[in-house]
Write a protein that binds this ligand. Structure first.
Ligand SMILES: C[S@@+](CC[C@H](N)C(=O)[O-])C[C@H]1O[C@@H](n2cnc3c(N)ncnc32)[C@H](O)[C@@H]1O
Length: 294
């Protein structure tokens, strides 16, 4: 049964506010950064096959902080190359912040940015309509596959754009994270069927395994401080709860039973640990890397 609750993604202002708070309260970007510095360089070493220009597509880039770190690693691995970077991001607020950051940052003159203020499926439609034949060397979709209707089809489309030696990088919450437990328990009550929403890397791996698609995978340790969620009426806690449940105004719109059930599970040792008076939710991420179709 589809959830009658309204998804947070349909209120961009509140979504971006809660996402910002989530980033402040979690080690999300730090663990991505560690991955980008420690593992990504080897993954990127083989892309492009000595071409003088590398084509990159970022899908759901947000304000681009992590994208620029990945681009920096790409350029370090391939000194002197030109980079053509297509950014696909539907939020005008996020795109604006990304553009401001690019305008202020030195040393980006060898990268050209094409701004696509649109969703992944609108980008796909545009690509097909214009019959574009350009191939990509590196495509990434970090924490965005929750917001497409059919993650398998989205992965297939973007993978089909990869050039020989190209890589597609996907990051989502791990199936073993607190998110996985929360969604397995409350999927029918929280998740909207118009978008995939409650998807983890475990779901994507099952899908790839079923189709015999090979991939590399990594697990990244991360946590999120959700202590305020347990103080009724606390505004920070309510925003965090919206982000955790992906429901707009969860505290006010969910039934008391659902609210209590979610809060109980969030505090349970299946999802969180309590340390020094703080409740730390398991925000472990999974990384999946795909090669081009052979
Ligand atoms: C959780 S944020 C991740 C942002 C960034 N990749 C990061 O990891 O910091 C998800 C991003 O996906 C964007 N998004 C939402 N729906 C999308 C869609 N259908 N296609 C592409 N991007 C989408 C949102 O606007 C948001 O910037």
């Amino acid at each position: 049964m589809a959830s009658p609750l309204k998804s947070l993604i349909y209120d961009d202002d509140r979504y971006q506010k809660s996402f910002k708070l989530f980033l402040e309260r979690s080690s999300e970007h730090q663990c991505m950064r560690d991955f980008i510095h420690n593992s990504l360089p080897d993954i990127l070493a083989s892309v492009g096959n000595r071409k003088s220009q590398l084509n990159v597509i970022g899908v759901g880039s947000g304000e681009g902080i992590v994208d620029l770190e990945m681009l920096s690693q790409l350029c370090q691995k391939h000194p002197g190359v030109l980079v053509d970077n297509e950014v696909v991001e539907p939020s005008s607020q996020q795109l604006y912040k990304y553009k401001v950051m690019v305008a202020q940052k030195p040393d980006l003159e060898h990268i050209t940015f094409t701004w696509n203020k649109m969703t992944a499926s609108e980008f796909e439609e545009q690509w097909r309509q214009k019959n574009i034949t350009k191939k990509a060397d590196f495509i990434h979709m970090l924490q965005m596959l929750y917001y497409v209707k059919d993650p398998g089809a989205t992965i297939s489309f973007f993978r089909s754009l990869l050039d020989k030696n190209g890589k597609l990088l996907i990051i989502l919450v791990s199936g073993e994270s607190g998110w996985g437990k929360l969604w397995r328990t409350f999927r029918s009550q929280l998740c909207n069927t118009e978008i995939s929403q409650c998807v983890t890397t475990a779901d994507i791996k099952s899908l790839l395994d079923a189709h015999g698609v090979p991939y590399q995978s990594y697990e990244l340790q991360s946590h999120m401080d959700i202590t305020e969620c347990f103080t009724e009426g606390d505004q920070t806690g309510e925003l965090l709860l919206d982000f955790l449940t992906e429901v707009l105004d969860f505290s006010r719109t969910a039934s008391p039973e659902l609210r209590q059930g979610v809060l109980r599970l969030l505090r349970d040792s299946q999802c969180s640990v309590e340390t020094g008076g703080r409740v730390l939710f398991n925000n472990n991420l999974g990384v999946i890397v795909l090669d081009a179709l052979s």
